[in-house]
Structures are given as structure tokens and as C-alpha cells.
Design a protein around this ligand. Structure first.
Ligand SMILES: Nc1ncnc2c1ncn2[C@@H]1O[C@H](COP(=O)(O)OP(=O)(O)OP(=O)(O)O)[C@@H](O)[C@H]1O
Ligand SMILES: [Mg+2]
Length: 256
């Protein structure tokens, strides 16, 4: 096992789940270029729970989309669950995404024509070798997120919080190594958001690796680790015991 420089001799580190090296994502708009991610390097490790913060346009969604293999870097290398994604073709990438990554979106992204059970099963359909017990697993996950009695409901027949619970169950169906959430509570009232965050806490306690993009300082503070972006680069890193509320961090940063 590697040890983290400066963390004290012999402190073991969990294995890497997502390793980004000099990753850039450049959008070309006519003659201008937007460097949404700018030579971004970082390693997220097994069992870690990170919130990703930063002002609008700082590159949070761009980062998450690359982490989730929804988008490809313009330059750089990204290894996820041991595989270099930049070397894969679209079909291989889709298989990798289905097998290793769970993605939860702000707007839930459920399929309106499918019921709860069918929505939870969607990622299974992208696998070359679907697990035989997928339906049992989906039923179990629906129960886990409190929707065991709603299996036949379509998304339009569910509340926002319930829809996001379906999306969380869907993200877990293939037992992914990496769980990504982009503003997962952004469309929910504060009580429902708290319930969803409670689910993430439970998943973290079970050892899942979770990366959660948020605008909300109170959400940023509750995860053990925070990464703050600015202009497509890392602006601040707060790990474990070092973690302090953002206002204090901003005070510390103020130039004297
Ligand atoms: N498809 C695109 N084409 C061109 N530019 C884009 C595209 N997507 C994002 N950008 C630009 O890349 C930069 C980063 O965008 P990104 O969506 O990653 O920001 P964000 O931190 O998620 O912001 P928000 O908090 O508003 O969701 C922004 O300047 C944005 O305008
Ligand atoms: Mg965004």
C-alpha cells in the first residue's frame, strides 16, 4: 500500500478508485476556448466521501462527467477502478460505466414510461453479462430506499424525494466502485434533502466511495473531505481531521 507524503511514516492509504492525471477538458466555441478543467490531477481512494464545491462555472459538472465516463478528457489520463478510460472505445466505455459507476443527477433522469422496478434495472441492460439475481437485487434496493411498496409506480406518480431514491437505487444496482452525485439534493426541499444525505451517510459507512457536487456549504461541511474548484483547477483540499467549515477557510485565504 502507498503512504501519503507528509501524512506520517507508514500511514497506509486505501487503494485508488479514480486517478486523474493532468486532465483537461477544453470546449471550443468558434474561435474561443473554454478550459473547463485545466490540467487537473487528483486521486480519490476507496471508501472516501468527498464533496466537490466551487462557484458556478468552476468545472464541477465537467469533472463529474469525466469521472463518470459520460465525457472524455481533451488531454490527460484517467484511471477508474484500474482501467485507463481514455484507451476505451464507446462500447467499452459504456460497459465500464455500467459496471463500476453509479451516477445520480439533480433532475433524477428517470425514464417516464418505466416503473420504479424497471428504472432501477436500467443499468443492468448495458452489461454484457447481466447478473441472474438482478430483479431480486432491484427489489431489495427499492426496499432499502423506502420504496418497497411503490414498485409499480411511474416517476410521475412519485414525489421528488421518492424519484431521487429510485435514482439512488438505480445507481447501486451494479454495486459500483464509485458513486457520483451532481447536485443530488438541488431540486429537493430541505427535509427531503436531509433524508437523501442520510442515505449517502449510510452508504459511506458501508464503505462506498462517494463524490458529491454541491453548492450548499452545509452539505459541503458534512462529508469528511472537501475539494474546492476554481477555474477548472483545485483551489482547496480539506481532508478528514483537517476539515473545517468553509467560512473559516475563506478567512484564512484572504490576502493580507
Ligand atoms: N457543452 C459545453 N460547451 C461549452 N462550454 C461548456 C460546456 N459545458 C460547460 N461549459 C463551460 O465550462 C465551464 C465549466 O462548466 P461546468 O458545467 O463544469 O460548471 P459547474 O461548476 O458545474 O457550474 P454550476 O455550479 O453552474 O453547475 C463553464 O465556463 C461552462 O460555461
Ligand atoms: Mg454543474
Amino acid at each position: 500500500m502507498e503512504t501519503r507524503p507528509g501524512s506520517g511514516a507508514g500511514v497506509p492509504e486505501a487503494p485508488p478508485v479514480a486517478e486523474l492525471h493532468e486532465v483537461s477538458r477544453i470546449y471550443r466555441m468558434g474561435s474561443s476556448e473554454v478550459h473547463a478543467l485545466d490540467r487537473f490531477s487528483f486521486t480519490f481512494r476507496e471508501g472516501e466521501y468527498w464533496t466537490i464545491m466551487g462557484s458556478s462555472g468552476s468545472g464541477k459538472s465537467t469533472l463529474l462527467n469525466i469521472l463518470g465516463c459520460i465525457d472524455r478528457p481533451t488531454h490527460g489520463s484517467y484511471r477508474v477502478c484500474g482501467q485507463e478510460m481514455t484507451e476505451l472505445d464507446d462500447d467499452e466505455l459504456s460497459e465500464l460505466r455500467g459496471r463500476y459507476i453509479g451516477f445520480i443527477f439533480q433532475s433524477f433522469n428517470l425514464i417516464p414510461q418505466l416503473n420504479v422496478l424497471e428504472n432501477i434495472l436500467v443499468p443492468v441492460m448495458y452489461l454484457d453479462h447481466p447478473p441472474e439475481d438482478a430483479v431480486e437485487r432491484a427489489v431489495r434496493l427499492a426496499g432499502r430506499v423506502g420504496l418497497g411498496d411503490r414498485l409499480d409506480h411511474r416517476p410521475a406518480q412519485l414525489s421528488g424525494g421518492q424519484q431521487q431514491r429510485v435514482a439512488i437505487a438505480r445507481s447501486l444496482i451494479n454495486e459500483p466502485g464509485l458513486l457520483l452525485a451532481d447536485e443530488a439534493t438541488g431540486n429537493l426541499d430541505s427535509k427531503t434533502a436531509e433524508e437523501i444525505l442520510g442515505l449517502f451517510d449510510e452508504l459511506h459507512a458501508e464503505g462506498k466511495t462517494i463524490l458529491l457536487v454541491t453548492h450548499e456549504p452545509s452539505i459541503g461541511e458534512r462529508a469528511p473531505n472537501c475539494l474546492r474548484l476554481k477555474d477548472g483547477r483545485i483551489h482547496e483540499i480539506r481532508r478528514g481531521a483537517d476539515h473545517r467549515p468553509w467560512p473559516e477557510a475563506e478567512t484564512l485565504e484572504t490576502p493580507t
